[in-house]
Write a protein that binds this ligand. Structure first.
Ligand code: CU
Length: 152
């Protein structure tokens, strides 16, 4: 019994050591991810949904996977992919957006992007809106500037 207990302790210590290691790796990897020119489009009058644009630089040696986005000023937010079917612009939700190590990805209205729905307050040009990306390397906070809507 004593021996069995000892093994449990070894296993727990080993596990917590591993967790600490993973956390350390993730924290430093996340510091090597940079988001540039984050912009949220000013919604049209009486419309509560809008899109965004930004470039994400993954300078880490880990793949970055974005699973979700959240902003307190919107009741719902999604990861979107735009496709053109018979010349018609269509958007659909995707489960994740990945950026390979040492790669960058431009999120634009006509490619993959972050989409926001259910606006809870009035926005004005120049407002700064905080949003948080849920990623495999940890939560990534972004400050986006509200700009006029632009599809290109
Ligand atoms: Cu969209």
């Amino acid at each position: 019994m004593a021996r069995f207990r000892c093994w449990i302790i070894v296993a727990l210590v080993g596990l917590s050591g591993y967790c600490a290691m993973v956390q350390a790796k993730d924290v430093s990897a996340l510091s090597e991810v940079e988001v540039a020119n984050a912009q949220l489009f000013l919604p049209k009058p009486h419309v509560s949904a809008t899109g965004s644009r930004m470039t994400i630089y993954n300078r880490s040696s880990h793949k970055l996977v974005i699973f979700a986005v959240h902003s307190q000023w919107f009741s719902k937010s999604m990861l979107h992919q735009t496709s053109f079917i018979n010349g018609q612009r269509q958007m659909h939700p995707v489960k994740s957006i990945s950026i390979a190590p040492h790669h960058q990805l431009a999120l634009t209205p006509n490619t993959t992007h972050l989409m926001f729905m259910g606006l809870k307050r009035n926005l004005a040009k120049g407002d700064l809106i905080v949003m948080t990306l849920s990623t495999n390397l940890g939560p990534l906070k972004i400050v986006a500037k509200v700009v006029p809507m632009q599809l290109r």
